[in-house]
Ligand binder design. Structure first.
Ligand code: ADP
Length: 417
């Protein structure tokens, strides 16, 4: 069964095609038949498209568009016109899975896409204006190219956090906020859930017997407190702006700063939005870059603001790990994942240091990057510390595989998987 995965961000899209057996799913992700990447950030009005096949062939193209949908259509057309193997792959697709950022309160599990689901994704665009419209465009592009009969599945970033208790998801504003849907939703759910399942596999323990903190540290950053397989607390909130300091996002700040800027300098809502989402975080404090690799080099070159940015990042990371720990009341494993979490030993060491008091101890011999998932805790540590390469696309493909076997499109929301 061939499953196409489309994972659209606000300005980029990753996609891949898996070929999965009909019998049982493999325990580990197989290599995709091909992987594609679309970048809309480098040149205004131009999509840069890159596709790599499992055989090692790479096809690259640029295409004049600002639309995810057009760029996706172009990428699939490139494949169609490309190697014979790939043409056959496209014809044989059985299901297309989409990462959809916001599923609101309604969608707590992955769902076969129907007209009703599309309408909900469009409606929820008010909560995720950069992401949900791009996700919907991807869905409609596939309908256009592969036909409306092609089964499509939405895998929501918010779904895994549907288990948060009210004390964790209610904001202490007027109660009317809650009635308007203003509450903590949490994001990166696919990654947190995958890491929790993979942790249970690596530790060879049942997931429903584990207390975990998963640290998704990429350009966007969030933590999840996971008890017995369910998310019980997380750092991102109503939007992906809450919580940790990120690449270009501030994370949580005193909301009074916004009123001060508004009153003193007349900033508009849109300007404040841009400031907090695109001009803050590692980029904003350092003035150097949002990329940890560039920042680390700048620190090595003696750049004091780059050092300050890293210090703030670590301070907040540790503070929020402490908060998740309090929600859990115990900890079996601390898990690092995503671009920074998988690759920066200095972050592992700094994030773990404050928790030495409870017997959490790293193994100095293991503090190097590895292409494999690894346990970097010392043998006598009271808490395991894992570095896991997140596999969001694989998690999406698995949901498609399960749903296309068990669901009918009319089944709609919440009742499968
Ligand atoms: P996204 O949130 O965009 O999916 P990723 O999980 O791919 O992000 O993480 C991207 C970030 O990870 C980069 O901006 C960079 O800061 C960091 N990163 C990626 N690879 C490395 C590396 N080898 N060393 C240090 N940092 C890295």
């Amino acid at each position: 069964m061939k499953i196409l995965v489309l994972n659209a961000g606000s300005s980029s899209m990753k996609s891949c095609l898996y070929d999965l057996p009909d019998g049982n799913l493999p325990a580990r992700p197989p290599n995709p038949l091909w992987q594609g990447q679309i970048d809309l950030t480098h040149q205004q009005g131009v999509a840069e498209i890159k596709v790599k096949t499992a055989q090692g062939a790479t096809v690259e193209a640029t295409y004049p568009t600002e639309s995810h949908g057009d760029a996706t259509a172009r990428m699939l057309a490139m494949l169609w016109e490309g190697e014979t193997q790939v043409i056959e792959d496209l014809k044989a697709i059985s299901c297309v899975g989409h990462r959809v950022v916001h599923g609101g309160e309604e969608y707590r599990q992955s769902t076969v896409i129907t007209a009703e689901v599309k309408e909900a994704i469009a409606r929820l665009s008010t909560f995720a204006p950069l992401h949900n419209p791009a996700n919907l465009e991807g869905i409609e592009t596939i309908e256009h190219i592969l036909g409306t009969d092609m089964p499509q599945v939405a895998v929501f970033d918010t779904a895994f956090h549907g288990s948060l208790p009210p004390a964790a998801y209610v904001y202490p504003g007027p109660y009317a906020w809650l009635e308007q849907g203003i509450r903590r939703y949490g994001f990166h759910g696919t990654s947190h859930q995958y890491c929790a399942q993979r942790t249970a596999q690596l530790l060879d323990r049942p997931l429903n017997d584990l207390s975990l903190i998963t640290c998704h540290l990429g350009n966007g950053c969030s933590l999840a407190a996971i008890k017995n397989g369910s998310s019980i607390d997380t750092t991102m909130g109503f939007t992906p702006l809450d919580g940790l300091m990120m690449g270009t996002r501030s994370g949580a700040i005193d909301p009074g700063i916004l009123f001060y800027l508004w009153r003193q300098s007349g900033y508009t809502g849109d300007q404040l939005d841009t400031m907090l989402n695109r001009q803050s975080g590692l980029q904003g404090v350092s003035g150097v870059s949002n990329d940890m690799r560039v920042l680390t080099q700048a620190i090595a070159d003696g750049n004091a603001r780059a050092q300050l940015a890293l210090d703030v990042y670590i301070h907040r990371l540790c503070a929020y790990i402490g908060a998740m720990l309090a929600s859990l009341g115990g900890l079996d494993a601390l898990v690092f994942t995503a671009g920074v979490g998988e690759n920066v030993p200095q972050i592992w060491t700094a994030a773990c240091a404050p928790f030495a008091f409870m017997g959490l101890k790293l193994d100095p011999a293991k503090l190097t990057r590895s292409p494999h998932d690894q346990d970097i805790a010392a043998a006598d540590s009271t808490v395991r510390v894992l570095v896991i390469h997140t596999q969001e696309d694989w998690a999406i493909a698995q949901d498609c595989w399960h749903l296309t076997r068990t669901a009918t499109p009319a089944a709609g929301k919440n009742d499968d998987l």
